[in-house]
Each structure stands twice: as structure tokens, then as C-alpha cells.
Design a protein around this ligand. Structure first.
Ligand code: GLP
Length: 244
């Protein structure tokens, strides 16, 4: 769907998340959400905080799994996704800390592989993701699944694309400071979600959105794999949709 602007689009996505949470609450169940970082979802989180503060939306029954984290990364570092999620969402709502999962950027290298399997298993044990929200990187990555990622890939340690590191360089004060690796849910992990929403705003994203939606399905643009799923919805503003 294409919305006139990102504000309306963000409110719509937030409302859908709130509806899911409330529906689960009525049944006495938990909502299992896959969350994303980056500039794209910020307003969604803002709106969720507003719904919590002004309309009493509770997150007591919400379990979250974030897509990715830089590796290595300390949770209190300015660029960490732990800090991002705390500042933009978790510190302002009533979610239980033990229900928050974000890939751990502090692990020793030899522990990462096992950790990734556990991360994947935990999602499965909780019944799988009800909803995964995604942004998209200019390489066509979803999470940090860069070009070359396999469609059935699981949570794992990956090497970041040069363009991704360049795009992140402002946050890190220079590309040389951007970690070369990250831990990310796989394409296969994302695909198992019962509902997937990919969001993109602004003209900067228009070329990659065109490729993702209309391009040939290929590992060169991992987001094209989303064309294979019927549970995916692209939510765009007019600028991001302008090359479709
Ligand atoms: C990072 C994140 C992705 C995100 C992408 C786009 O690479 N790992 O999950 O989708 O950035 O970021 P932005 O939303 O800031 O354009």
C-alpha cells in the first residue's frame, strides 16, 4: 500500500500492531513481534509509546525479537541497537525486560554460532513471530541479510556490505569505525513470520524498492525473496513508491 506520507503510514502500522496486541490479550496469549531498527520505524515506536501513555495500551503480554545487532557491539554504545530500542520504545512502555530479545553483540567469537541457534530456537518455542516489521537497506538487505544471503538462511554472523557501512558511517563518525560484521536473523527466519511488513520512506529508497518489488528474484537483492511470500505487505510513502 502507498500512503501520502510516512507519518500516516507509520500510524497505520502502529495501529495494526496495537490491534494484534489487544487481540492476543483478549485470548490470554502473548504477541510475538519481530522488530527493526534504523530511521524507518522510529515514528511507529513513537506512536506505540503514545498509545501506551494516552490510551493505556499495555505491552505486558508482548515478546519481542529484534532483527539484528552490529558485531562486536557493547549495549551501552551510542550506536547499539539495544540502546536504540531502549530509547525509542522499551524505556517508555510496560514491556517486561525478560521478554525483550536483541542479538548479543558482546559474545566471544566462539560462542556466536551456538547463540544464533538458540535465538532461532527461542522464536520457535514461543510459537513463531506473529508479525515482523522490516526496513530495507540500499543494498536490498532486510535485517542485515546482505547480497548473497540464502533464502533459507537462519540467524547467523554476517559480513556487512561496503555500501551498508558507508550508510552507517555518519552514526559512527567515519566508515572505519563501523563494525565489519553483524548478527542477523536470516531470510528463512523472517519468512516464518505469519505476517511481514516492509516499510520504506523517501526518494532515496525508490530505486531499491523498485528492484525489491518488480525486479528478478535473486540473492543479489535479498529483499526480492519477499516476492515469494504471500504474507508480505510493502508499506510505502509516495516518494519511496515513485519508481514503481
Ligand atoms: C540497517 C538495519 C536494517 C534497516 C536499514 C535501513 O542496516 N540493520 O534493519 O532496515 O538499516 O535503515 P533506515 O531505516 O535508517 O533507512
Amino acid at each position: 500500500s502507498v500512503y501520502p506520507d510516512e507519518h500516516i503510514a507509520s500510524k497505520t502500522v502502529a495501529a495494526r500492531i496495537a490491534t494484534l496486541i489487544k487481540k492476543k490479550q483478549e485470548k490470554g496469549e502473548s504477541a510475538v513481534l519481530g522488530l527493526a531498527t534504523g530511521a524507518t520505524p522510529v515514528e511507529i515506536y513513537e506512536e506505540l509509546v503514545r498509545l501506551h501513555k494516552e490510551e493505556g495500551l499495555s505491552f505486558q503480554n508482548v515478546i519481542t525479537f529484534n532483527l539484528d545487532e552490529y558485531y562486536p557491539m557493547q549495549p551501552d554504545a551510542k550506536q547499539s541497537y539495544v540502546r536504540f530500542m531502549d530509547e525509542n520504545l522499551f524505556n517508555h512502555i510496560d514491556i517486561k525486560r525478560e521478554n525483550i530479545h536483541i542479538p548479543d553483540g558482546t559474545l566471544a567469537k566462539e560462542d556466536v554460532a551456538n547463540y544464533c541457534i538458540e535465538y532461532e530456537n527461542k522464536i520457535g518455542e514461543l510459537g513463531g513471530l506473529d508479525l515482523q516489521v522490516l526496513g530495507i537497506g540500499r543494498t536490498g538487505h532486510i535485517g542485515f541479510n546482505e547480497p548473497g544471503s540464502a533464502p533459507n538462511s537462519g540467524t547467523r554472523l554476517v559480513t556487512l556490505d561496503d555500501l551498508t557501512r558507508r550508510d552507517a558511517s555518519r552514526d559512527f563518525g567515519g566508515k572505519e569505525n563501523v563494525p565489519t560484521k553483524a548478527i542477523t536473523m536470516g531470510i528463512g527466519t523472517i519468512f516464518k513470520a505469519r505476517e511481514i511488513i516492509l516499510m520504506a520512506w523517501s526518494r532515496k529508497k525508490a530505486p531499491i524498492i523498485r528492484k525489491a518489488v518488480e525486479g528478478e528474484i535473486s540473492g543479489n537483492v535479498p529483499a526480492t525473496y519477499l516476492q515469494l511470500s504471500e504474507n508480505v505487505e510493502f508499506i510505502l510513502d509516495e516518494d519511496a513508491a515513485s519508481e514503481l
